[in-house]
Write a protein that binds this ligand. Structure first.
Ligand code: SF4
Length: 441
């Protein structure tokens, strides 16, 4: 049977879609191959969120189209957010690609690969809501952790964001399907379950009449072989006391909360079509820290949103200095067509935006180093990820480190360990963001 490979770009939510497509292809008898260059068909599961991501997706498509003729590759298929967002332009502007699909067609991927390998050129789209948000997956993460996508789409409509128009309205999976998936993956040896959605805190509102993320977390925590549960993509205004109490009370729930804030100035947040202001957000962070001792807070900020004055930016800098997030990423505003912010006045120069984002990350470096220093001498539970030949050390992550976005812990040990083992490590050194330690038996 033909070999199929995939390059999945962008976020973990897109990665889960890719895993569902791979499961359908394997079920149809295709051989799934980790090295796309050795395949007959290659799927580029694109990201179409912001300029940089779009550029990376297009470069990857051309890279693999360019390999046709000199490798086994006979068909290059484009799926994901870029082809969904630019459904009218894609096939015309990238004729090198054999297939261009909307996310609603992911479910037909096996048939479409067959047709493409028979030489058919295909450009097919359907309703965004045809995207299957349940079903088998072929994990592409290391076997000890997985992403659990609990819902698709978004109704928040932040003024700078293209996701609602790419992914459609917010729609939750049933609690039963999520719990069954986690049980199945835990039986397969997955230890860490990262809860994701565009807005995880809205989970269930459409199906059950109110957000029920707290209840879902409690049910997942009851699954014996689950070791860690991590909640990502919380919307600040939807963080309830009930959710905070579950995070605080359940041992299996990582004392870690990812809460993209985007900005701290009430004026800028309002123009972003987001709620809150400096004081309400600072108070929320204080409440979370009070309710969950030792909690690690991650956030994402946007610098250079249209109309952001030097004063607004100064307010954002003060906010970063005051709240001292343990984990923070800041991006220069990306002007995305068809979003409300695209037509806003007072667009800011690219270099000013970039400089502001750099300033925020410099401030964050100080916060991160201060936090790392506090970890010296502490012992933390570590999920072993493997061995780093370059620095001749074992690597792992603690509750403080989400996969793919946060730092890792480097440690020495005289024991044999494999990815997925759970051990204790005493932190003996700090190197910028990185923690270094030794295993404690
Ligand atoms: S919450 Fe806002 S930024 Fe996040 S996906 Fe929804 S609209 Fe986009």
């Amino acid at each position: 049977m033909a070999k199929v490979g995939m390059v999945s770009l962008g976020c973990a939510k897109n990665q889960v879609d890719g895993e569902r497509m791979l499961a359908k292809l394997a079920e149809a008898g295709f051989e799934i191959c980790a090295d796309p260059s050795l395949c007959d068909a290659v799927i580029i599961n694109t990201c179409g969120f912001i300029e940089d991501a779009k550029r990376e997706s297009i470069e990857t498509i051309f890279e693999f189209c360019g390999m046709k003729g000199s490798t086994n590759i006979k068909a290059v298929l484009v799926t994901g957010c870029l082809s969904e967002r630019y459904r009218d332009e894609m096939a015309k502007e990238i004729p090198e690609a054999d297939v261009v699909l909307g996310i609603g067609k992911n479910k037909d991927i096996a048939d479409i690969v067959k047709r493409a390998l028979n030489g058919e050129k295909i450009a097919e789209f359907s309703e965004k809501t045809d995207l299957s948000i349940d079903g088998e997956r072929l994990l592409t993460t290391p076997p000890h952790y997985a992403y659990i996508k609990v819902a698709e789409g978004c109704d928040n409509k932040c003024a700078y964001c293209a996701i609602p128009m790419i992914r459609g309205p917010f729609r939750s999976r049933t609690m039963e399907s999520i719990v069954a998936e986690v049980e199945n993956l835990a039986e397969m040896g997955v230890k860490e379950f990262n809860i994701i959605a565009q807005d995880s805190t809205r989970y269930g509102e459409d199906l059950y009449g109110k957000p029920v993320l707290a209840e879902l977390i409690r049910r997942i925590a009851k699954i014996e072989k689950v070791h860690w549960i991590r909640i990502l993509y919380c919307y600040p205004e939807r963080i309830t006391d009930e959710l905070l109490d579950v995070v605080a009370a359940e041992d299996k729930v990582c004392k870690y909360m990812d809460i993209p804030i985007q900005h701290a100035s009430g004026k800028v947040l309002k123009s972003m079509n987001r709620a809150g202001d400096y004081n309400s957000i600072v108070n929320l962070m204080k409440k979370i820290r009070a309710k969950i001792p030792g909690v690690v807070l991650r956030t994402t900020l946007i610098a250079g949103f249209p109309g952001e004055t030097e004063e607004d930016f100064a307010e954002l800098c003060n906010f970063v200095k005051e709240v001292k997030f343990e984990r923070l990423g800041c991006f220069a505003y990306s002007r995305e067509e068809d979003t409300p912010a695209y037509d806003m006045e007072n667009q800011i120069d690219e270099d000013v935006k970039a400089r502001r984002a750099d300033i925020i990350m410099e401030l964050q470096m100080e916060n991160a180093e201060e936090f790392s220093q506090k970890m010296l001498g502490k012992t933390v539970e570590v999920l072993v990820e493997g061995y780093d030949e370059e620095i001749d050390a074992m690597i792992g992550r603690s509750y403080m480190d989400a996969p793919d976005v946060d730092t890792r812990i480097y440690f020495v040990t005289n024991q044999d360990h494999y990815a997925g083992d759970i051990i204790n490590v005493k932190i003996t050194q700090v190197n910028g963001y990185d923690l270094i330690g030794e295993e404690i038996l």
